[in-house]
Design a protein. Sequence first.
Length: 382
Amino acid sequence: MSKGSWTNLVPAIGQIRTYQRGWLSKDIAAGLVITGLLAPAGMAYASAAGLPPVTGLYATIVPLIAYAIFGPSRIMVLGPASSLTPLLVAAILPLATANSDEAVAIAGALSVLAGVICIGAGLARFGFISELLSAPVRYGYLHGIAVTIIVSQAAKLGGFSVKGESLFSQLGQLFDGLRDGLLNGWALVVGLGSVVLIVVLRWLSRSIPATLVVVVVGIAAALLFHLGGRDVPLVGDLPQGLPSPALPDVDWHTARTLVAAAVGIAFVSFADTSVLSRTMALRRHEVVDANHELVALGIANVASGLFHGFPISASNSRTPVAESAGSRTQLTGVVAAVTLLVIAIAFPATFRHLPEASLAAIVIAAAISLIDLPAMARLYRV
């Protein structure tokens, strides 16, 4: 295989060969900046999908490294995404209880299956498929996701949870919980306050790490007001380190039932990644091959599933932060992944006192950002 072929297959080789010394400090700084966003966001999306928060770290660390090696985009940041959360919930809940080992295995299997589908589609040169998603369909889907996420996480703002498989069953359980007195006032203050804080900080400036601020404020509030003793659910200690790679422990029958969901996850994941990849490439005067992007996304998803993670996509909130922080190459993602790994190994108790209401607030704020009423109004007029 020629040097050019290796460079096309593994873009990291080309980035290393052309790397400039002046970029190093910028990539390291940007990596440290996005670390503060990746950790809480990953745990928040894991919790929203009915998975242990630590799986959000696994689904962040491993894909970042995999994409840094195989990804064609110099600046893309991959990780758990709000657009995939309802699909995960719909696939997992009918087969397993939330936060169980079985749920983790099913999520991992979905990630591996979606990854294999992406790799196969990329090798078959189906990269054009994202162009088939029309604007009305995309906006409708995103707004449906936003409503679903807000409803599913609303109870956690109040210190309890719902486990319904459909939007209406979740709404019913939410009202039942309120009627039965499950609402925790302390959790509600933390949760609603966190949502407001994120929205206000993002309105003031996109450069402010609103998610990180909410995490720090939430932990401080838990310690100051002893929220754990007031029945406010906290994240607690996370398992130390990174699990050994292994195929998800699901039987053949379960794997077959997950194929349809994996196809949907693969399509949505690539649609999100493709749009963001093209946008960032145009801004940086680069060219990104859609088929190569599809293969790299697939490899990252397979890697996530093998390490007890779940399906991931490009992040349209964290990628711009990396760019504004000065990121020049995928070394930014490697720095963030290594930093998260150090936290997981040496400081697993970092998020012990983080209220789950704060994580719910992060997810709800992300869902709110998906709502684009002016765009819907334009489509309605057309």
